[in-house]
Design a protein around this ligand. Structure first.
Ligand SMILES: *[C@@H]1O[C@H](CO)[C@@H](O)[C@H](O)[C@H]1NC(C)=O
Length: 441
């Protein structure tokens, strides 16, 4: 059915692609920045043609096709894109019908140009730009739902492409994608930042080499992590800090994933995977979040025996966590299991440790008069990486309904006090020669 439609719309050009499979159309915005004009947003629709797929797949894909479900009323531009990489048919770009979250897709005019980074200059050694670049080019930046895909593609318009009524036939030439737009890692774990690229094997560019670059960006500052000249098979000088690529896999399958030996706090940030082909470039960016919940320690530990009514000063220190913020609070768990919230105490500011993790503490002045015979004092930390609790036993003596142990302890204390008073009295009596009787007179 889709086939027939395609044949009718673009009658002459699909012989090569055959009548392959298709997936639902993709809604995009074409952003055009003409000098002296405001940025123009044009509604566009991309129909994907995957040359290799079978008619059976095509039928499965058909029901949610644009003709019935698309919210793009009268798109200004319609593209028929032959996608040999099948990345435009990824499920995260085609959420179920009626889904509120939509993939995002932006198209920009693209102008082939030699790369200006030194690990990619060899790709365009002969200065003349080849004739096959003479065409209209577009780049697409696409974000799938749930962060399952970030995709950046470069497409070339087929010659004699501009058909009437805004329909253009294009071919995907370079596609760079990552299946992990957001990566979370615990401290010290190995991290894999997924990135892969695909080049149309029928393009003359495919045999001319490539270069891969990974950059890191955090709060406006950026640095190179790793750069690889695939043509010369050479890694650019620079800091790699335990970051590696699998070069065999890179050449064989375009797997440009960056492996970090172990995640450290200062690894959190944005990573940009850029792939250079001669005159073409595409990049995707990923976020790495290194998340580590705190370790807690309460001091003093163990707590001293408290007399009811005494104010006990306790501190809970949370350390080794990343990132900020952290919520610290206190709880008291009675012997019968009832839990009472004691608030957050007085929080310190955070300090940064040598490894980039944070330290923060809370002090609590605990009025023991309401705590019965004691129980457990709990320090609670709520953090992005999880909730942590640390407990310490608290015994309170001298409150209204004492336990047998408390009574015995109180009797003990009373006896000791009695002894001290008695001793003091004897001392006073012994050192004072004047008897009470004489004093009275
Ligand atoms: C890419 O290579 C990494 C190892 O560097 C591997 O763990 C990963 O599974 C590979 N990805 C694909 C899609 O093959």
């Amino acid at each position: 059915m889709m086939c027939v439609k395609l044949w009718l719309v673009v009658m002459f050009s699909f012989v090569q692609a055959g009548c392959g499979g298709s997936c639902p159309a993709l809604e995009c915005w074409l952003l055009r920045d003409k000098p002296g004009e405001v940025l123009k947003h044009e509604r566009s629709l991309i129909h994907v043609i995957t040359p290799g797929s079978s008619p059976a797949e095509e039928q499965q894909a058909e029901p949610s096709s644009f003709s019935s479900s698309s919210s793009v009323e009268s798109p200004e531009k319609v593209y028929y894109v032959t996608d040999g990489s099948a990345s435009l048919c990824h499920s995260s770009l085609h959420p179920p019908r009626g889904s509120l979250i939509k993939p995002q897709c932006e198209l920009h005019p693209f102008f082939p140009h030699p790369a200006d980074v030194k690990w990619a200059t060899a790709l365009t050694d002969n200065a003349l730009s080849p004739a096959h670049l003479q065409a209209d080019w577009l780049s697409a930046a696409i974000l799938g739902v749930n962060g399952e895909l970030v995709l950046s593609t470069v497409m070339q318009a087929a010659t004699a492409s501009s058909l009437s009524n805004g329909i253009v036939e294009m071919k995907l030439v370079l596609s760079v994608l990552s299946r992990t737009a957001l990566v979370r890692s615990r401290l010290g774990e190995p991290v894999l930042l997924d990135c892969g690229f695909w080049v149309d094997p029928s393009s003359p560019l495919s045999a001319s080499g490539f270069a891969v670059e990974w950059r890191y960006q955090f709060r406006g500052a950026g640095r190179l992590v790793l750069a690889y000249d695939g043509k010369a098979d050479r890694l650019a000088d620079g800091p790699q800090e335990g970051a590696t690529l699998d070069f065999a896999d890179l050449h064989a399958t375009g797997n440009a994933s960056l492996a970090l030996q172990e995640a450290q706090a200062h690894h959190s940030g944005t990573y940009i995977c850029t792939v250079y082909m001669p005159y073409l470039v595409a990049q995707v960016s990923l976020e790495l979040e290194v998340v580590e919940p705190p370790s807690l320690s309460i001091s003093p530990s163990p707590l001293p025996l408290a007399v009811s009514g005494q104010v006990l000063r306790v501190q809970c220190e949370a350390s080794g966590f990343v990132p900020l913020p952290l919520e610290l609070s206190w709880e008291f768990r009675r012997a019968d299991g009832a839990v009472e919230a004691l608030g957050e105490g007085s929080l310190s500011g955070h300090r940064e440790a040598w490894d980039g993790t944070y330290i923060q503490s809370s002090r609590l002045a605990l009025d023991t008069s309401t705590l019965g015979g004691g129980g457990e004092l709990v320090c609670v930390a709520h953090h992005d990486g999880g909730t942590r609790r640390s407990r310490v036993a608290l015994d309170v003596i001298g409150f209204s309904t004492p336990t047998i142990e408390d009574s015995m302890a109180m009797v003990g204390v009373a006896l000791v006090l009695y002894g001290i008073i008695k001793l003091a009295f004897w001392k006073i009596a012994g050192s004072d020669e004047v008897s009470p009787k004489e004093k009275d007179q």
